[in-house]
Design a protein around this ligand. Structure first.
Ligand code: B1M
Length: 220
C-alpha cells in the first residue's frame, strides 16, 4: 500500500506536479506514514532521478524547476508534521544555518533545519545565497554553538571553507563549531576544510549536532 504511494510520489516529482505532490503528502499523513520516510522513499527518489536526467541532458532547466517546486510543495505539507513530532524540551544548542553564497538550493537545508528544531535545537535559518560574513555575524550575535553550511553545487562548496576562515579571523572558533553538508559534500572535503562535523542527510545532521554539543560540554 505504502509502496504504491511512494511510487506515485516519485512520479509526481519527475512529472513536475506540485499539486499532486502536495495531495500525496497529505495522503501520507492521513495514513500515518512517517513524513521523513515519505520524503526519502518517495519524493527524493524522484528529485534524484530528475537530477540525473538533467546532468545527462535528457531533461532541461524548466523541468528541473518544476521538479523542485513539486518537491517543495510536498515538503511544505510534511514539515509541520515533522516539527510536531518534536516534543518541548530544554534547548540542546544554538545553530545558525544557511545555504552558502551563490547557491539557491534550499530543500535539503530546510529539512535539516526542521529536524534540528524538532530535536530541540534553536535554529536561526538565514535562508539561501547567504554571504560569508553574515554567517559569522549572526553566530556572534546569537552566541551560536554551531554554524551549519549547506552547499549543493561543486562551485559553491568553496564558500564553506570561506565561512570557516571568516569565523577563524573573527576569533569565534573553536567556540563556534561548523557542520557541513549538501549533495556534493563528502567527509574528505569536510576534513580538508577543517569542519567539525559532516552529515549526508538530515537525520545524521541531528546526530552530529548532538555529538558536537556534547563534545563542547566535555571540553569546556
Ligand atoms: Co539544481 N543542481 N541547479 N536546482 N538541483 C543540482 C544540485 C545538480 C546536482 C543537478 C545535476 O546536474 N545533476 C546540479 C549541480 C551540479 C554540480 O554541482 N556540478 C545543479 C545545477 C547545475 C543547478 C543550476 C546551476 C542549473 C542552471 O541554472 N543551469 C541552478 C543553480 C542555481 C544556483 O543555486 N545558483 C540550479 C537550480 C535548481 C532549481 C532552482 C531548479 C531547483 C532547486 C529548488 C530549491 O531548492 N528551492 C534545483 C534542484 C531541485 C536540483 C536537484 C535536482 C535536487 C536538489 C534537492 O532538492 N534534493 C539537484 C540534483 C540532486 O541533488 N540530485 C540539483 C533533495 C534534498 C532533500 O536533498 O538538497 O541533497 P539535498 O539535501 C540533503 C543532503 O544533501 C543533506 O541533508 C539533506 C536532507 O537529507 N544536507 C545536509 C543538505 N544540506 C546539509 C547541511 C548539513 C548536513 C546535511 O549540515 C549543515
Amino acid at each position: 500500500m505504502s509502496e504504491e504511494l511512494f511510487k506515485k510520489m516519485t512520479a509526481s516529482v519527475i512529472e513536475g506536479e506540485p499539486e499532486v505532490a502536495a495531495e500525496l503528502a497529505r495522503q501520507a499523513i492521513e495514513q500515518g506514514i512517517d513524513p521523513l520516510e515519505a520524503i526519502n522513499r518517495g519524493f527524493v527518489i524522484g528529485v534524484n532521478e530528475v537530477g540525473d536526467r538533467f546532468s545527462r541532458g535528457d531533461m532541461f532547466l524548466p523541468e528541473l524547476v518544476l521538479a523542485g517546486e513539486a518537491m517543495k510543495a510536498a515538503v511544505a505539507v510534511l514539515e509541520p508534521e515533522m516539527a510536531k513530532q518534536g516534543t518541548k524540551r530544554d534547548i540542546l544548542g544554538t545553530v545558525v544555518l544557511g545555504t552558502v553564497e551563490g547557491d539557491i538550493h534550499d530543500i535539503g537545508k530546510t529539512l535539516v533545519g526542521t529536524m534540528l528544531s524538532a530535536s530541540g535545537f534553536q535554529v536561526y535559518d538565514l535562508g539561501v545565497n547567504v554571504p560569508v560574513e553574515m554567517f559569522a555575524e549572526k553566530a556572534r550575535q546569537v552566541d551560536a554553538d554551531i554554524v551549519g553550511l549547506s552547499a549543493l553545487i561543486t562551485t559553491t562548496m568553496g564558500k564553506q571553507r570561506d565561512v570557516i576562515e571568516a569565523l577563524d579571523d573573527m576569533g569565534l572558533r573553536p567556540k563556534v563549531k561548523v557542520m557541513v553538508g549538501g549533495a556534493p559534500v563528502t567527509r574528505d572535503w569536510a576534513e580538508e576544510i577543517h569542519a567539525d562535523g559532516y552529515s549526508e542527510d538530515a537525520v545524521g545532521a541531528v546526530i552530529v549536532a548532538k555529538q558536537i554539543v556534547a563534545q563542547k560540554v566535555k571540553t569546556a
